[in-house]
Design a protein. Structure first.
Lengths: 736, 211
């Protein structure tokens, strides 16, 4: 058995096998260029080994020289592929060194073909036959070509290049690769080169077995690559396992997304392809195999919102920002769903968008609730303003717009103080802060009169209900505002009407009272008159004794006292019923009374003329009593005008400030005036000039005026007619 | 005609008014009796002689108006003078129509009251007188037999004896006899006297015929 042939053949076969395997690997995965380099290397080594075997069996020096010359071709390929392999595998090594190695090697190859027989020898003189592994092999004897240094220099450069690359890789942390690749290459290349050089320079006389070293190198590289392969297999295994986990995760994820109503999607922007889960495809009415473009998917968007979404997407393609928007989808079954879209666009290193990943959240219910809320707010009969904790207006309804005269856009985002009268704005901001400190539903400004300001600056009375709302965005206050000016006016009207009714009922009560009073008083008066008459007749008849006279006079006195008591009771009843005291603006009272007696004025064909002092000081007293005085005087005036031609039927009411702490009110008619006799008795009880009068009116008037600390008098006015004037002390005067 | 005692009755719930009226009427020489209510007065037996009642309109219990109605119902003929502290026209008209003498509002003039009392008493006396004559005339007419009454009625109608005989279907002689009998029984001598008697007796059929 020929061992050399066996070993070299096996080596060649091994190299070719490895080359084939790695080539197939490269063929499957074109990115594994290092593997291709290895395959080339292995092939080169295999060819080299084959040449080497032929060299050992060469019988003539010429043949030996020729083989050596051709041996340089696979050697060149070997060096070049080794450089490429190191560069690719270790991802290190200086490029210029790599080029230098290849360049010098190429130069030596060219020189090799210039010289005869080759670059190694100037001349092979003879072949020696040496016993090697039990076989006789050839070894050259000749003159060394000095140009062989070029080839050896290339190998030196190779060593330097590999060492440098290994060091870089080592430093980088890839120690195993640096050690295995760098170490083995250095070892085998140095060893091979050393042997070759030694043979070349005739130091040893052994057959050339450099291929063995290179085969070792190949084996080491193969080992390294197989390590990678093992690693890849382990990785694949792990990947498989993690994929299973991933699938499980995806399942859970899809469960979670389904539960949360989430739709997850990915948009491959360069390829314009959208990934959606099968479930969501079904939801949107896409078939399972249909290719989904961005445009196709966007067709799910509600037609009214499509333009908005397109604009949104286009905008987001330019900016690396989280994208959020709310819009409607129109599902194939006709349902409309509100979604919240959140997505992020990923950009490559050149700033081009590659992916958009996002989720759609179904917010229909929230939106519906929001719409309902909005509808309810809009429909609210009161003005509604929603304010955040900083006092900014967030929402207003149509009623509020109408109430304040602002449009919605003018209000949103402004502080709520814009709606508050300027003089309250500062304290309002303070109150607002307080409210947020202890928020609870309550009417605002309880017990105070509140005013709001319109856009035009005018103010109106309002009532406000405040409701705090806690939201994830912080606390808000919902204010319901009602314009109460109409209500206040109505209340004022009602109050005035009530007063009138009260007054009228008092007046009619007074009428009843005077009627029953008349009856009451007539009894003692009758008795007095009868007794007196009887006494006079007794005297005439001369039959009145002392005793009888005393009896009669006692009765007369008793009846007189009784009449007096009746009167006193009436007066105190008038006073007692009216213990309401307050500030009175007499001018206002005059106006009210004028209004009240208007029907009478018309019925009597009269006219009432007012002449009211400006800045009349207030008096204190019972407004209804003073009204009663005025009504009495005015209706007396009407009566006095009964016989006067209509053109002169004028009643003048004048108020004035007398400057001495009293005000005076005069009621003047253009009637016949009062006679001297009448004037003296006018204010007495039961004195009347009227056919149906009871003689109570002016008596009551006087008692009212006097109970207010005032006085009343009558005079004939110049130009005719009577003038009743009463004076009342002002409030200031009373308080002094 | 003042043979029997004349009385003035006063009904008023007010003591002082009652007392003063008593003095006033006493000074005018009337006999006065006081009552504090209408019911009290009605429980007293009617006064036989001429009388008048001064009554207050407004009283607790039976008031003046209802008191007047009660008197009319029981055919009593007391003359009434109303006094009131608070009267009106319709009230006044009502009581005057029902036969009151006067309606005075307090405080009235004492003279006016006394005048009214005097008038009331005169009328009361006249009335009493008329009543007496009627009773006497009717008593005379009671003496006649039915046939004589028939003859008397026809005589009063102005018929001659012959006509009466024809009417009754009797002889003229018989009529003449009955007629003289009637005149004797009634104590009269002429037809004119008969007519007066019948008027006093207030015999309805005869009054109707004569009218």
């Amino acid at each position: 058995m020929n061992w050399v042939t066996v070993i070299w053949s096996v080596g060649t076969g091994m190299c070719l096998t490895l080359a084939l395997i790695e080539f197939i690997v490269w063929w499957r995965d074109r990115t594994a260029r290092a593997t291709l380099a290895f395959a080339v290397l292995a092939v080169a080594v295999a060819i080299f080994a084959a040449f080497e075997l032929a060299l050992m069996q060469a019988q003539t020096p010429e043949r030996y020289g020729t083989i050596v010359r051709w041996l340089h071709v696979p050697l060149w390929a070997l060096v070049a592929s080794l450089v490429v392999f190191v560069r690719l595998y270790l991802k290190a090594g200086r490029l210029w060194l790599a080029w230098a190695v290849v360049g010098v090697r190429t130069l030596s190859l060219m020189l090799n073909f210039i010289f005869t027989p080759n670059i190694n020898f100037q001349k092979i003189t003879a072949l020696r036959h040496i016993r090697f592994l039990g076989e006789s092999v050839s070894a050259p004897i000749g003159v060394t070509n000095p140009w062989v240094l070029v080839a050896q220099f290339s190998l030196l450069l190779l060593v330097i290049f590999v060492a440098d690359a290994a060091i870089t890789a080592w430093r980088r942390g890839d120690r195993r690769q640096a050690f295995t690749v760098g170490g083995s290459i250095l070892f085998f290349v140095v060893a091979g080169t050393a042997q070759g050089t030694a043979i070349n320079w005739g130091i040893f006389s052994t057959p050339v077995t450099i291929s063995l070293f290179y085969q070792g190198l190949v084996a080491a590289m193969a080992y390294e690559l197989s390590y990678d392969m093992l690693h890849a297999a382990a990785l694949a295994h792990r990947l498989q396992r993690s994929e299973a986990g991933l699938r499980e995760g995806e399942k859970q994820m899809s469960l979670a997304t389904a539960a949360a109503g989430l739709i997850v999607w990915t948009w491959d922007i360069p390829r314009d392809e959208v990934w959606l889960s099968d479930k969501d495809r079904a939801l949107f009415g896409f078939s399972q195999n249909e290719r989904l473009t961005g445009e196709r998917v966007r067709r799910v968007v509600h037609p009214d919102d499509r333009q908005f979404v397109s604009a949104l997407v286009n905008r987001s393609l330019d900016a690396d920002k989280e994208l959020e928007a709310e819009y409607r989808l129109l599902l194939p079954d006709g349902r409309v769903r509100w979604v919240n879209r959140r997505g992020r666009i990923e950009f490559d290193s050149e700033g081009k968008p590659i992916w958009e990943r996002g989720v759609l959240i179904d917010i229909t219910e929230r939106k519906q609730a929001q719409e309902l809320f909005q509808l309810a707010t809009e429909a609210s009969p009161s003005g509604t303003v929603l304010v955040d904790h900083q006092g900014r207006i967030v929402l207003v309804n149509a009623h509020a717009e109408k109430l304040f005269g602002y449009t919605r856009d003018e209000l949103i985002g402004k502080t709520v103080e814009i709606l508050v009268p300027k003089r309250f704005a500062h304290s309002h901001a303070f109150d607002r802060a307080n409210f947020f400190a202890t928020p609870e539903a309550r009417p605002m400004g309880a017990g105070r009169e509140l005013f709001a300001r319109r856009k035009d600056g005018s103010e109106f009375p309002i009532e406000i209900g405040l409701n705090p709302i806690q939201t994830p965005q912080g606390p808000f206050v919902l204010a319901n505002i009602v314009d109460i000016s109409a209500r206040l006016t109505a209340e004022e009207d009602a109050r005035r009407r009530r007063e009138q009714v009260e007054l009228l009922s008092r007046v009619s009560l007074l009428g009843e009272m005077t009627a029953s009073l008349a009856h009451e008083l007539n009894q003692p008066l009758t008795a007095i008159v009868n007794n007196a008459t009887a006494a006079m007749q007794y005297i005439e008849q001369g039959r009145l004794n002392q005793e009888q006279l005393q009896e009669i006079l006692t009765d007369v006195a008793a009846d007189g006292r009784r009449a007096h008591n009746i009167m006193r009771n009436v007066r105190s009843a008038i006073k007692k019923g009216t213990a309401i005291h307050g500030r009175i603006n007499v001018n206002d009272l005059v106006k009210v009374v004028t209004h009240m007696v208007h029907p009478d004025t018309v019925a009597h064909f009269c006219k009432v003329e007012l002449s009211l002092a400006r800045d009349l000081p207030a008096i204190e007293g019972d407004p209804t009593q003073i009204q009663q005085v005025l009504i009495n005087l005015v209706s007396n005036a009407f009566d006095a005008l009964g016989g006067v031609p209509p053109s002169r039927r004028i009643v003048e009411i004048t108020t004035s400030y007398d400057g001495d702490g009293t005000i005076s009110v005069a009621v003047r008619d253009h009637g016949p005036g009062v006679s001297e006799v009448t004037r003296e008795r006018l204010f007495e009880q039961f004195f009347t000039t009227k056919q149906e009068g009871l003689g109570m009116g002016l008596a009551i008037v006087r008692s009212i005026v006097e109970s207010h600390g005032g006085s009343i008098a009558v005079e004939n006015a110049e130009g005719g007619g009577a003038r009743f004037r009463f004076r009342l002390p002002t409030k200031e005067e009373l308080s002094q | 005609m003042m043979t029997e005692t004349t009385m003035v009755f006063v009904i008023d719930d007010e003591l002082s008014v009652r007392k003063s009226l008593q003095r006033l009427l006493d000074a005018a020489h009337y006999k006065v009796e006081l009552f504090k209510s209408a019911t009290e007065f009605l429980s007293r037996s009617p006064h036989p002689g001429p009388s008048c009642v001064i009554v207050d309109v407004q009283m607790p219990g039976l008031n003046g108006i209802d008191f007047q109605k009660a008197l009319v119902k029981s055919r009593r003929e007391e003359q009434l003078i109303f006094i009131t502290g608070h009267g009106n026209i319709s009230m006044c008209a009502k009581v005057m129509k029902a036969g009151a003498i006067d309606f005075l509002t307090k405080p009235f003039k004492p003279k006016a009251l006394v005048d009214s009392v005097e008038r009331a008493l005169v009328r009361s006396a006249e009335q009493r007188c008329r009543t007496t004559e009627k009773i006497q005339a009717r008593a005379l007419l009671e003496l006649l037999t039915p046939r004589e009454f028939e003859v008397m009625e026809l005589v009063a109608q102005g018929m001659l004896n012959k006509q009466i005989a024809g009417e009754l279907g009797t002889a003229e002689k018989t009529v003449k006899c009955q007629r003289s009998q009637v005149m004797r029984k009634l104590g009269i001598t002429s037809v004119a006297e008969l007519m007066l008697l019948l008027q006093k007796a207030e015999v309805p059929s005869v009054i109707r015929t004569t009218n």
